[in-house]
Design a protein around this ligand. Structure first.
Ligand code: SF4
Length: 379
């Protein structure tokens, strides 16, 4: 369980909500100037433009956390992302060897809006996972079941994986991690994103009939028959990303009909039918690289978060980039972090009354680190 400490803030949020963006940006820059390289502002790729221009580093959650943790000067991280990302940053920046280098001094990790959660991470609550694990013991040998959690999960779930010989994965390394998991045991329990788990396992040649989905709200056996559980290779948790789940096969078909030469590029959090129809799929980093390296004039329909697709369109006017949905698919929780929240959180950090501080419980952090380090050792 992550703990947060919220001292009485010196500054209230409301006045910042009334200020113009220029005024907020000016104050953000002043505070950044005061802190210099002791402060690192991280901006996830899905963040809105007006916020991301203030970030020192832009990227995906693991890369950002690693870069900030490697900074010797950094004493405060402001993570313009969502809750699980700030937890990972806290775990990596305050791991024992980093703390020893700083003679015990912690790096403060701030999430500018504590309501910026991740609906996917919230779909696998630790008490649900623990009950599922116990129930599964009635049908299969859980000593040979390896839990694998996508990095988009709570620290408590990462810690569970650390405790049970399991591991963390990202959308870039999911296949490598699953191969490692199959070297350790007979089958895998994959959390929380069923689509990433299914898309990866099918790409590895695993039969889809051996991937039952565990529904934590079902009355018994996660909604499965005992035979389906005994026959499983990969048990998928019934979770999804509300952003990527919005893309459909009909969207792909519409683009193909209108633009016969179009290339469909999607994130592996998309549902199976969309993933199967795509020309290219991959993590956020891969999506960016593929577009960067494509010849001028390439037509793309991209199935990932809207802010990233819009930014790619601005950065690559030589290519024709479409968003693979007529519906707005953006990460609404990440969008909660606006300039007002960023400025307000920096102001309070500067006044030594930090708000939105994320500090993972030490035991959870230690066990999470075990699962994270198993993954990092594979890179
Ligand atoms: S895009 Fe999806 S997985 Fe990523 S933070 Fe938002 S809800 Fe979570």
């Amino acid at each position: 369980m992550a703990t947060t400490s919220e001292p009485t803030p010196e500054f209230a949020l409301a006045p910042y909500k009334e200020r113009e963006n220029d005024t907020l940006s000016e104050r953000i820059n002043e505070i950044r100037g005061v802190w210099g390289n002791r402060l690192v502002i991280l901006g996830h790729h899905y963040q809105q433009d007006e916020v991301i221009i203030h970030s020192d580093l832009r990227g995906d959650s693991l890369r950002l956390s690693q870069l900030a943790a490697d900074s010797r000067a950094c004493r405060a991280i402001v993570f313009c992302g969502v809750h699980f990302m700030a937890e990972t940053a806290d775990i990596l920046a305050n791991r024992p060897d980093k703390l020893a280098e700083r003679r015990g001094e912690r790096v403060s990790v701030i999430l500018p809006d504590m309501a910026a959660g991740c609906s996917m991470a919230d779909m696998a609550q630790i008490d649900q996972v623990e009950s599922a694990w116990e129930e599964l013991g009635d049908w299969i040998d859980t000593k040979k079941l390896i839990p694998v959690t996508y990095i988009n999960s709570t620290a408590a779930l990462k810690a569970f994986c650390g405790r049970h010989q399991g591991i963390v994965c990202t959308s870039s390394n999911a296949e490598r991690v699953l191969r490692w998991a199959f070297d350790q045991g007979e089958r895998v329990f994959f959390f929380p994103d069923q689509h990433l788990g299914r898309n990866t396992a099918i790409s590895m040649g695993i039969d889809p009939t051996q991937m039952p989905v565990w529904n934590p709200y079902a009355d018994e056996a996660g909604g499965n028959t005992p035979d389906a559980l005994r026959n499983s290779r990969v048990l998928l948790w019934k979770g999804h990303c509300s952003v990527h789940q919005m893309f459909t096969a009909a969207h792909v078909a519409q683009f193909r009909e209108k633009f016969p030469d179009i290339k469909i590029l999607v994130h592996p959090e998309c549902p199976r039918e969309v993933f199967e129809m795509a020309d290219v799929s991959g993590s956020t980093a891969k999506i960016i690289d593929v577009v960067r390296q494509a010849p001028a004039g390439t037509q793309w329909a991209i199935g990932t978060e809207l802010h990233l697709v819009n930014r790619l369109r601005q950065e690559h006017p030589e290519q024709e980039i479409h968003f693979l949905s007529p519906v707005v698919c953006m990460c609404a929780t990440m969008y909660r972090i606006d300039l007002a929240h960023l400025c307000w959180s920096l102001e309070n950090l500067n006044a030594a009354t930090p708000v939105g501080k994320i500090e993972v419980d030490p035991e959870i952090a230690t066990e999470s680190l075990v699962a994270l380090d198993r993954m990092l050792a594979l890179s």
